[in-house]
Design a protein around this ligand. Structure first.
Ligand code: SAM
Length: 277
């Protein structure tokens, strides 16, 4: 695998860019069970705590404020996860989820159908209920999300129409959580995806993107997946160049650096932007 190592700046070697993991490797090697176990399994997932708190709190605050609303939310790159949709389902009656991988879509369908082998998200559902002041219990919350998800589509961020051959009518809100750094090789490619997302949004619709900063890889079990390194200073420019108006941008450092060998991000971002009317 190609890896471009940086030159030494002031005597300090820094990784400047690592080639992202090819699509075929995702198809062959990405195991949703390994990803869930490594990232979100109760008591051991490395994204529990810091990452999930950042994502769940920002999404809760965004949806409770009422600025982001409408009938339909399209979630891009859902994977086999639904944690980031638990507050959205309070606002949107129709949720379309999507992922590049058949194995991820199948795993999410298992959760929707309450298959006994489905991943257990109850610890995260419980946390969202707490954040929301326990207006629902966990079972009611899970049922609410299940009832709002109307479709699970195949998507590919690198296609001009990411849902080709399907044309998805423009939606009120497009959400993408911890995804675009996987398929995009650099900020130019990321900006291009944001430009293509314009056609998926109604005028005045919202684009919400959450992900990690300064990462080069994450693990799903023993498999390593290299990602584009998102830098704070490039992200807002990409949104502006793609034609969005940024309403809110939140950046936070990673404080717990204990498992850098599993995923090496050092910060998190949440950007809420609007497609001009
Ligand atoms: C780190 S996982 C995140 C999944 C989920 N959103 C979450 O927060 O747990 C990255 C996701 O990117 C998806 N992905 C990889 N290549 C893609 C592509 N070309 N288009 C869209 N999604 C892609 C993978 O299938 C995977 O689900």
């Amino acid at each position: 695998m190609e890896s471009l190592l940086a030159r030494s700046i002031s005597g300090v070697s820094k990784i400047m860019a690592t080639a992202i993991t090819p699509q075929q490797t995702y198809i062959d090697d990405f195991d949703p069970k390994d990803y869930f176990q490594t990232s979100f399994a109760a008591g051991e997932g490395m994204f529990l705590g810091e990452w999930t708190e950042f994502a769940l709190q920002n999404l809760h605050e965004t949806f409770i404020k009422g600025d982001v609303q409408g009938n339909t939310l399209l979630d891009f790159g859902t994977g086999s996860s639904g944690y980031h949709l638990l507050s959205a389902c309070e606002v949107f009656d129709n949720i379309i989820t999507s992922d590049f991988l058949e194995q991820n879509r199948a795993e999410f369908q298992k959760w929707l159908k309450k298959d006994p082998d489905a991943f257990d998200w109850s610890h995260i559902i419980k946390r969202v209920c707490e954040i929301e002041g326990n207006r629902d219990d966990c079972d009611k919350k899970a049922e609410k999300l299940r009832s709002k998800v109307k479709e699970v589509l195949k998507c590919d961020a690198l296609k001009r129409n990411p849902f080709d051959p399907i044309i998805v009518p423009p939606v009120d809100c497009l959400l993408s959580c911890f995804c675009l750094e996987a398929p995009c090789r650099d900020i130019k490619s990321y900006c291009n995806v944001l430009k293509n997302f314009q056609d998926l949004l109604k005028p005045g619709g919202h684009l919400l993107i959450l992900s990690t900063l300064n990462a080069t890889f994450y693990h799903a079990g023993k498999k390593r997946f290299n990602v584009m390194t998102s830098r704070k200073e490039d992200l807002e420019n990409a949104f502006k160049e793609a034609g969005y108006h940024i309403e809110k941008a939140v950046y936070a450092p990673r404080t717990d650096k204990s498992r850098m060998d599993v995923a090496d991000y050092d910060g998190k971002y949440f950007i809420c932007a609007c497609k001009p009317k």
